[in-house]
Design a protein around this ligand. Sequence first.
Ligand code: S3P
Length: 179
Amino acid sequence: MTGTRSIHNLALIGFMGTGKSCVGRMVADALHFTFLDTDHVIEARAGKRISDIFAQDGEPVFREWERRIVEELTRRDKTVIATGGGLPADPANLASLKTHALVICLWASPETIWERARGHSHRPLLNEPDPLAKIRQLLAVREPCYRQADVLVNTEMRSLREVMQHVLHQFRMAQSAHR
Ligand code: S3P
């Protein structure tokens, strides 16, 4: 599937609370790669928190930021990229990531995601009367996009370290297959 692709980066996709940033940092350390979190890049460029972008400018403006960052990522090398949970819902974003990165999706059930995300107020999409229902709804819509990843890793019964090792192994295998 990754036969003619040039894989020099690693992109982690998946829903909020699946551990993309934590795992991404650990994998970047192990590979001696740069770590980049698309949410952090957007906050730095926009000069405000994501929750403020959503509240003041609206979600479409945030998605436009994401598209712009994804385009720039094509020029990166040796980078582990943690993406915002909604970024791969745009098929063009996913297609672009696949031109330079192995795309690995971290997966978890809605209940686990809610357990991990509750108590964190920085996720505007979960500021809802029934956040678990919102997670279920968003996950159902996004599942077909997440399934387009090269590798799907279930984070349910694994520690962060186990997930990291699994991701690392998959990346090393993909790299050696495309040398
Ligand atoms: C979003 C996920 C968030 C952030 C924004 C929107 C989403 O990133 O990009 O709040 O649409 O699922 P994380 O997945 O890193 O929490």
